[in-house]
Design a protein around this ligand. Structure first.
Ligand code: DHB
Length: 278
């Protein structure tokens, strides 16, 4: 409720799995020059406990998107079905793209991606967002597979696989060795991914990766996003970021005489295509 009341259009949970999970041993987060690297290890209370928590939220109008992951492909379907009973859940996002955990690298494999999205499609009528990993050669190919399998939107991108090393000891800093890099360092990678995916799919794209201000949001929309997510900036700054971004976006749209931000989606493609026709 705090996030929503801070000006976000919707709230998305950390990823929830089928059973309680402690996550990795510390250290699980380390700063990077332009962001941070984390390997939390998908810690979560498990779907049953999380549903109990959700039931305590009185305002079921809250636009809540549930991020889920599975130890197996079938887990995704079981969790999606359970969540579909709850009025508060408005969409399900499949985390098939954690950069370092064995169980969540489905998004690197087209066949597994297809299988999981199809399983979830059969388990729920809620909109399904599929969050993709940039740690592949051709992200738009995976996006096309997800679209064909029944996804309603693509979320791009999850974190970039990374390592930080302590130069005194020579040891990797994170207990898990590998982690996922987020923050401004990955924004150009995310923009490229959204740009490429936009050319190949018809479903909406939710852009994510390194958004800190309203200008970043405009860039994602121009590349092809219809919405954006913000994570790392909330940690580095605070919840006021949503109001600041909303204010900046409104002023920009007013200045440009644009009535609806939807008009910005894919703008860069439109002008590039126009130039090609000339
Ligand atoms: C973790 C999960 C992610 O999806 C990610 O991008 C980075 C880290 C994790 O829980 O370790």
């Amino acid at each position: 409720m705090r996030v929503y009341n801070s000006g976000a259009g919707a709230v998305i949970s950390k990823s929830i799995g089928i059973r309680p999970r402690e996550g990795n041993k510390n250290p699980v987060v380390v700063g990077a020059d332009c962001g941070l690297i984390n390997a939390m290890g998908l810690p979560n209370p498990g779907i049953d406990n999380f549903i109990d928590e959700l039931k305590q939220i009185k305002n079921t109008e809250l636009p809540l998107i549930m991020s889920i992951f599975g130890d197996t492909e079938d887990d995704f379907g079981i969790i999606a079905e359970r969540l579909s009973e709850l009025k508060i859940v408005k969409a399900i996002e499949l985390n098939i793209s954690c950069p370092h955990s064995k169980i969540s690298q489905i998004g690197q494999d087209p066949e597994l991606t297809e299988k999981v999205v199809k399983i979830v499609r059969k388990s729920t009528n809620l909109p399904i967002f599929v969050k993709l990993t940039p740690n592949v050669t051709n992200i738009s190919k995976i996006a096309q597979v997800a679209e064909r399998a029944g996804a309603d939107a693509i979320t791009a991108i999850n974190t970039v696989k990374a390592i930080a090393i302590d130069i005194e000891t020579g040891f990797p800093i994170l207990s898990n060795i590998y982690g996922g890099l987020s923050g401004p360092a990955i924004k150009p990678i995310a923009i490229r991914a959204v740009f490429d995916i936009y050319k190949k799919v018809k479903i909406p794209i939710i852009g994510v990766g390194g958004i800190f201000n309203w200008k970043d949001v405009i860039e994602f929309f121009y590349a092809g996003a219809s919405a954006v997510q913000i994570g790392t900036a909330i940690i580095k700054e605070d919840l006021n970021i949503f109001n600041k971004i909303n204010y900046g976006l409104l002023r920009f749209l007013e200045k440009k005489n644009i009535f609806n931000i939807k008009e910005l989606t894919g703008y860069t493609h439109k002008i590039l295509n126009k130039n090609l026709e000339m």
